[in-house]
Design a protein around this ligand. Sequence first.
Ligand code: PGA
Length: 254
Amino acid sequence: MRQQIAAANWKMNLTAGKASALLTGILSDVKEVQVAGRVVFAVPFPYLTNAVATVQCREGFSIGAQNCSNKPSGAYTGEVSVEMLDSIGVQYCVVGHSERREYFAESNQMLAEKVDLCLAQNLTPIFCCGEPLEIREKENQNNYVRAQIEDSLNHLSETELKRIVIAYEPIWAIGTGRTATTEQAQQMHAFIRSVLTTNWGASAANAVSILYGGSVKAANANELFACPDVDGGLVGGASLVAAEFVQIINALKH
Ligand code: PGA
């Protein structure tokens, strides 16, 4: 079975004290044996070092960044490089979240550069894709998502592709409380896997974890994660509430 992943995306939330209390609270509520796959916390940059130290001795838990620079190093004030992330023990990096694409004008080309830098630094990119509402209403979501994947990932070899995680997040479901139905999620995940099969072959397609994101919560995680092509979730709002996220972790397929 592909690795099942519950990834928390804290976005720009929480002050240091609250962040550290949330993380320790979740860790103490989740017993070692309950972690079927991997749990990733994508926390704000200032909290990464502490978060890495906190999860260090816990099997199955990793820390991720929410973004990285598309440049390796140098005169880019305010940016954070993959080398810096790796040097403090960060293992994952969210790449191309729809909020970054929309508010920070991140292009498919920039995302391709970020994915390459992550892979070269041994960080696992969690590559996000997903369509806005107007595309879904025109039923053009498959073409839209295929283009996002092909434009940023097509240059990868089969071995490289196997090292990435994909998160499908329909923009109309992010932070809106409106979740994709299990049918919509399964359909799109199966479609994404078919795109991977066409471009990289079945073995690569079957190795890549595809997470669903968009208003995942304790109440719908079991249903969503039970879909055969859904390998876990990327969770925003509900990952800020310990009890919610613990249940989401426990909903991963065993
Ligand atoms: P949400 O966010 O769970 O609050 O909808 C998901 C995400 O943006 O990663």
